[in-house]
Write a protein that binds this ligand. Structure first.
Ligand SMILES: [Zn+2]
Length: 165
């Protein structure tokens, strides 16, 4: 199984911030929780801002990709497994750190009893975290196990980055 993406401007590695275009909201959450990167995602980011930023731009828009001068990836696939494979192939490491998937804030580890009190139900997890910005709580639950499976499946996918400009 292989996936091809068009990419440019990535010879010196992946910048530590990533702009994700408006059609890729799920990818924005994935990049925050799985790789802990700074993600700028907003349905209202204008094309001119996307064309000029220093960050890596991930887009499905071929016209935007062509106009773009800095680092960019044209990501056509809808497969979440392939998305993960692409970012691992670029040298990013899953599960080393996380950010809040909703707002991108830093996560601080907290006592799971605090989290249980806050969310109002039992949490079966050894570790719990709270977002320093929006206050949401996170723990190792079914969502986390799905991410682990995604990463395992992504390990079997080969990725070719077709250089384009
Ligand atoms: Zn948050």
């Amino acid at each position: 199984m292989g996936v091809y993406v068009e990419c440019k401007g990535l010879d010196s590695g992946v910048p530590d911030c990533i702009y994700v275009d408006a059609m890729l909201g799920w990818l924005a959450r994935l990049l925050r929780i799985l790789f802990g990167v700074r993600v700028v995602y907003s349905p209202s980011i204008g094309d001119s801002e996307l064309a000029e930023t220093e960050c890596l731009v991930v887009t499905r828009d071929e016209e935007l990709f062509k106009r773009r001068r800095g680092p960019a990836i044209l990501l056509k696939t809808d497969s979440h497994v392939e998305w993960v494979a692409v970012f691992i192939a670029l040298g990013m490491r899953p599960f080393e750190r996380s950010r809040c998937p909703v707002c991108g804030g830093d996560l601080a580890e907290v006592d799971c009893r605090e989290a249980e009190t806050a969310v109002g139900h039992e949490i079966r997890s050894e570790r719990c975290w709270r977002c320093a910005v929006c206050g949401r709580y996170y723990w190792v639950g079914s969502h986390w196990r799905r991410l682990r499976r995604l990463v395992e499946e992504a390990g079997a996918v080969s990725v070719e980055c077709r250089r384009n400009g």
